[in-house]
Design a protein around this ligand. Structure first.
Ligand code: PXG
Length: 286
């Protein structure tokens, strides 16, 4: 069955859901997006994702021609139209079609696109045994160039970093920031556990403030664990007891090696496993 794609207020069969070749989303990567999970027919943390989408749009001076509450309804409507109980929603807002040239004043009609689809996750084996990471030579965007806090359609630096990971046989790659500190991975945030304390880089390290990151920090604090947002160096990962990633697709996944060096025991650790269990029960709802 053909997917039903939401585009500017209507659901259309995917073949008919099209945008202009003059859209600045295509021409310049000028737009914003979100990736959201659907569990048991519920759109997970929808209002948090919508809030981040509108903040990203505000940051790039893009006015979304729909109220946030109507955007939430549109997401739910698209999920229902595709009979999706477990899957993934990609929400995209482009700058709209314009003249050739960068001038954002010469564009009109931002395009709102919502795709509901199934999701491919990391294989179960990686949850059981943990991921191996490599450090990419491609650094995360300099915050003064394009803030990594904006989830924009400009993902080239992460795409190139991920390719370095694939070249080395890793599903993910670690990205450093312009100061050489740990930032995050190409599509996941990073945490370490050391002597029972959980640490993750702060927003000022130049990261996307992940929705899963925030949810996991709350779950950890609710379980009386200490979570600190502190700058991290690669040294902190090499010497950590545990390391894990969080993200919409990954949920919570252990990292057991960085650049060929074993982290902790080389197996997913107890804090990581506890947080994955807590996260999975959160996704299954009350
Ligand atoms: N950092 C970056 C750079 C990301 O792109 C995360 C962290 C994790 O954030 P969330 O909010 O998901 O916990 C992301 C998320 C996709 C896709 O289809 C990308 C993401 C999430 C879902 C799907 O490329 N990136």
């Amino acid at each position: 069955m053909s997917r039903q794609v939401y585009i500017n207020g209507t659901l259309r069969p995917e073949e008919q859901a099209v945008v202009s070749v003059f859209d600045h989303g295509l021409l310049y990567g000028d737009g914003v997006f979100e990736g959201i999970r659907v569990y048991n027919g519920n759109v997970f943390l929808l209002s948090e994702h919508i809030e981040r989408l509108y903040e990203s749009a505000r940051a790039i001076r893009l006015e979304i021609p729909l109220a946030p509450s109507d955007m939430e309804d549109a997401v739910r409507q698209t999920v229902a139209a595709n009979d999706l109980t477990d899957g993934y929603v990609r929400l995209v807002v482009t700058r709209g079609a314009g003249t050739l040239g960068l001038d954002l004043r010469r564009t009109s009609d931002p395009q709102i696109i919502i795709i509901a689809d199934t999701i491919t996750m990391y294989p179960q084996e990686m949850y059981d045994n943990g991921l191996k990471l490599v450090t990419a030579s491609t650094i995360r965007n300099h915050p003064a160039a394009l803030s990594p806090r904006v989830k924009s359609l400009n993902y080239l630096n992460n795409i190139l970093a991920k390719a370095e990971g694939s070249d080395a046989g890793s599903e993910e790659a670690l990205m450093l920031n312009h100061r050489g500190e740990v930032a995050e991975c190409t599509g996941d945030n990073i945490f370490i556990v050391k002597k029972g304390i959980i640490r993750t880089p702060p927003p000022e390290a130049g990261i996307l403030e992940g929705i899963t990151r925030a949810a996991v920090m709350k779950l950890a604090r609710d379980a009386d664990l200490t979570v600190l947002e502190t700058p991290l160096e690669r040294h902190d990962i090499f010497t950590a007891d545990e390391c894990f990633l969080t993200g919409t697709a990954a949920e919570v996944i252990a990292v057991v090696e960085l650049d060929g060096r074993v982290i902790g025991t080389g197996k997913p650790g107890p804090v990581t496993r506890k947080l994955l269990t807590a996260f999975r029960s959160l996704t299954q709802g009350p």
